[in-house]
Design a binder for this molecule. Structure first.
Ligand code: UD1
Length: 307
């Protein structure tokens, strides 16, 4: 069996690649290294790697013809709400057009695949009051990022139904763990916090810190992705999260305890297009056999150990 992972040198992608290799799959990675790093992949020698952009349509088509993957995990994305507000056209070309073009090519050429998994985001739920978010909760995408993720989900699911393709979507909540790149101001908050605590840099807190998120350790995310693959599920959406709500203030406090050091905080106004509260219902995943192995404290301790 062969798997293609777009964004396979990125934070979540590289953990997935290592897991797929350990399960005995042949793995092909496409990554333009905009945020990813080949060093993130532990089993680099056992993986076929193409340093390319998923927007290169000709290249992607040739790749699919030559490699003929059974499983496709589409993780390549500009994974930032704030970045999508700064550069909506550019992020749209990655977050939606590249995925759409691949689906369309698979449809037109009848490429046989076992599962096409698209990685969407909790950002699609927006600020509607129902909590925790279930997969069939109403959505309210507030940013170009969330709109692209939601619209692409709809394409992926509709292509699945209309053209009988085995497609599935997952909505990542806030994933953290080793390998998350802290270098951009748009990086995930826990990678930035780790960098600030480690290097005694000031941390910019956007808003009052009462915004909440459902932080899930990357190993649990990989567990979830693999369960979805093994279950041969199709035409479904799954939340991938921990199932617990924590405010940014509470997270900072927990992390300071874990790291035994205090953070220097600079306050800034809240970011545009942001979600105020976020927490998932993970019942659908639990039905597939998912159990969260990492509490926030355990995950932060492990992350801090390696930092
Ligand atoms: C994150 C993911 C996104 C995913 C979504 C799902 C990243 C970069 N983004 O978006 O891909 O789809 O979760 O829920 O991982 N913050 C600060 N200071 C900073 C950085 C962030 O205060 O230096 C705040 C933000 O304003 C926000 C919170 O921390 O309120 C989390 O921010 P961030 O890690 O960027 O994640 P999301 O926007 O939730």
């Amino acid at each position: 069996m062969k798997a293609l992972v777009t964004g396979g040198a990125g934070f979540i992608g590289s953990h997935l690649v290592d897991h797929l290799v350990s399960e005995g799959l042949d793995v092909v990675v496409v990554d333009n290294l905009s945020m990813g790093d080949l060093h993130n992949i532990k089993y680099q020698d056992e993986v076929t790697i193409y340093v390319e952009d998923v927007r290169n349509e000709k290249f992607m088509q040739q790749l699919l013809q030559e490699e003929r993957p059974d499983y496709i995990y589409f993780l390549a994305a500009v994974a930032s709400v704030a970045d999508s507000i700064e550069r909506p056209a550019e992020t749209h070309s990655v977050n939606q057009t590249a995925v759409f073009n691949m689906l369309e090519y698979i449809r037109k050429t009848n490429l046989p695949i076992k599962q096409f998994l698209f990685t969407s985001s909790a950002a699609v739920y927006g600020n509607l009051p129902e909590l925790p978010k279930k997969e069939d909760s109403r959505v309210d995408p507030l940013s170009p990022y969330a709109i692209d993720k939601y619209a692409t989900e709809r394409f992926v699911l509709a292509y699945g139904e209309l053209y009988d393709l085995p497609t599935v979507c997952v909505r990542f909540f806030n994933v953290y763990g080793p390998g998350q790149n802290p270098s951009s101001p748009y990086s995930g908050v826990l990678s930035i916090l780790t960098d600030c605590l480690n290097n005694k840099k000031p941390f910019t807190l956007y808003g009052d810190g009462s915004q909440t998120r459902d932080f899930v350790y990357v190993e649990d995310v990989i567990q979830a992705l693999w369960l979805i693959t093994k279950s041969d599920t199709e035409h479904e959406v799954f939340n991938i999260a921990n199932g617990n709500e924590a405010s940014l203030n509470a997270i900072i406090e927990t992390y300071e305890k874990v790291a035994e050091t205090s953070l220097q905080i600079k306050k800034a106004p809240g970011r545009e297009g942001e979600v105020k509260r976020s927490v998932a219902n993970i019942g659908k995943l639990i039905k597939l056999g998912y159990t969260t192995k990492w509490s926030l404290e355990a995950g932060l301790s492990k992350y801090w150990e390696g930092a």
